[in-house]
Design a protein around this ligand. Structure first.
Ligand SMILES: Cc1ncc(C[n+]2csc(CCOP(=O)(O)OP(=O)(O)O)c2C)c(N)n1
Ligand SMILES: [Mg+2]
Length: 537
């Protein structure tokens, strides 16, 4: 057996259903992956392929790991940004870039993945000995499945792919195991939460990876405490729940800022508390309880008063059990907290209603978001929004209840990431309406991968908010992207009349249900006003 066949065999045994990438790489060129029953999807550039793999890792809460492959040199050079994005967002995937022949791997100016991917991967190895293929791939999959999910990279020099193994390939797939919390720390955390007068729970993406949505809701209800999420954690807690504060990002709902400001204890669960413009700013003077899987995040940007390490589900269950044994079934707080949330939310929404329902032309981007919330069935939808203002228009106003129905991101914010995420979502969930929203700056980065939607039968909806510039950068751009979409074989529409927004969205949903990818470009005004209640008062 040669190395190419061995890798394809290992991918199959690891349950990999999809291989994304860009040729050449023997995993595509020989047809071996397809032969093994692994669907191969070729994109128009490496970046989008990595984003698609990343989406599947995230949308399965780490249960499904898929792979990426590309050629040596330019392929790896063009992929590193997307791997960096997956690293930043803690998305699990296995990348198998080809490398230059072993004799040239360290020779100037050849790009060496082993060296260059170190900083953006959880593990990074070069396979130089064909007989090490099993153990090398095992380390990669084990790293991705256990602990904090992040990409693993295995560079395979191109002269290694055809080499024969000296014996049989022996390979047993890796598994995942959870880390449990320290019982002493559980006691201390429970005590701090029970003693808190105005606790706020802040849930991160770790809750998704732990599939701990039920445990989160249980703690919130036992404690009768409000719940915010990070942008990556959005949809970890039902946003229609009376205790929901919504998601924290650059823009956020009024109730979230209000409750954070008034909190005495903030319990971060499955979150990194990374300081970023696209996350909450933890106000001074709060007692911080930090529960996370990755000890490197503890005391990183935010000092913690109490620390609880471990899987978010196990941590939540343990804390809830202890809290429940110390509080009455009904502490009498629920109704007060719910009423306070409802009141602040109502006045915050009232402030935004004129924009959300604006009749103006050029169209207000907020009107597009509002119509989306009216047309879409969030439980049947997976949505994401790109860097730039589209992310900040969508996040506070689009409410979602179904776990993993919103792909929030922002630890790093590469324009154009959202298109690949929507494509990856559609691969995984052909039955759902998969949407990405991007500005005209973002579409310039990856927009031609709309052709991948057409060719690979992935009928997504791409919404483009056109303001003929990069609004916060005062940089003008042009282009008619609905005609580009038509030229690429999809359905494109340009909408300038606000009364046409809803019918266009309804048509788009129907067209994608019938199998046609749709790009809607809305001609919007320049809008940079964001919901920033954290900056008020
Ligand atoms: C790859 C990359 N380069 C630069 C940036 C910085 N950046 C963030 S938003 C933005 C402009 C986005 O413009 P557009 O997509 O048109 O959205 P708008 O804000 O105009 O609605 C830029 C340049 C980035 N996020 N990613
Ligand atoms: Mg723009």
């Amino acid at each position: 057996m040669d190395v190419t066949t061995a890798i394809a065999t290992i991918l199959k045994r690891e349950g990999v259903r999809y291989l994304f990438g860009f040729p050449s790489n023997p995993l595509f060129d020989t047809g071996i992956a397809e032969e093994m029953g692994i669907r191969t999807i070729i994109t128009r550039q490496e970046r989008t392929a990595v984003h698609m793999a990343d989406a599947i890792g995230r949308l399965t809460g780490g249960d499904e790991i898929v792979a990426f492959a590309c050629q040596h040199g330019p392929g790896t050079e063009n992929s590193i940004g997307a791997v960096a994005q997956a690293f930043g967002e803690s998305a699990p995937l296995v990348a198998i870039p080809a490398g230059y022949d072993r004799a040239k791997t360290d020779v100037d100016p050849k790009f060496n993945s082993l060296i260059n991917y170190q900083q953006v991967s959880k593990t990074c190895e070069q396979l130089s000995d064909p007989d090490a293929v099993g153990e090398t791939m095992r380390r990669a999959f084990s790293a991705v499945r256990n602990g904090r999910p992040r990409p693993a990279v295995v560079e395979v020099p191109k002269d290694v792919f055809p080499l024969e193994l000296s014996g049989e390939l022996e390979y047993t797939p890796t598994g995942a195991s959870r880390l449990g919390p320290d019982p002493v720390a559980v006691e201390a955390v429970a005590e701090a939460l029970v003693a808190a007068e105005r606790p706020v729970i802040y849930a991160g993406q770790g809750v998704h990876y732990a599939h701990a949505w039920g445990e989160l809701q249980e703690l919130a209800e036992v404690l009768e405490a409000p719940v915010a999420t990070s942008l990556n954690g959005k949809s970890a807690f039902p946003e229609s729940h009376a205790l929901s504060l919504g998601a924290g990002s650059k823009s956020e709902p009024g109730q979230l800022a209000h409750f954070l400001r008034e909190a005495d204890v903030i319990f971060g669960i499955g979150c990194s508390f990374t300081q970023t413009a696209y996350g909450i700013t933890v106000p001074e003077g709060k007692t911080i309880v930090h529960s996370t899987l990755d000890p490197r995040d503890v005391n990183k940007d935010v000092r913690a008063d109490h620390v609880l390490l471990g899987d978010a589900g196990l941590c939540l269950a343990a804390v809830t059990e202890t809290v429940a044994s110390q509080v009455d079934d009904d502490r009498g707080r629920f109704d007060d907290v719910a009423a306070e949330i409802a009141e602040v939310k109502e006045s915050w929404l009232a402030e935004w209603m004129p924009r959300l329902t604006s009749e103006d032309a050029p169209i207000s981007p907020y009107r597009v978001i509002h119509e989306l919330t009216e047309v879409l069935e969030p439980a049947e939808t997976i949505i994401t929004a790109d860097a730039g203002n589209p992310r900040d228009f969508l996040a506070p106003f689009y409410e979602t209840d179904e776990p993993l129905s919103y792909i929030g991101w922002g630890k790093t914010t590469q324009l154009g990431y959202g298109l690949g995420l929507a494509l990856g979502a559609k691969v995984l969930h052909p039955e759902k309406v998969c949407i990405n929203i991007m500005g005209d700056g973002a579409i310039g980065m990856t927009g031609l991968d709309f052709e991948t939607a057409v060719r690979e039968d992935l009928p997504i909806i791409t919404i483009c908010l056109i303001n003929d510039e990069m609004a916060s950068y005062d940089t003008p751009f042009g282009g008619n992207f609905s005609t580009v979409a038509e030229g690429l074989g999809g359905h494109g529409e340009r909408i300038a009349d606000p009364a046409e927004i809803r019918p266009a969205l309804e048509r788009a949903v129907q067209l994608t249900r019938d199998g046609t990818p749709v790009l809607l470009e809305f001609m919007t005004e320049k809008e940079t006003e964001l919901s920033r209640p954290d900056l008020d008062g």
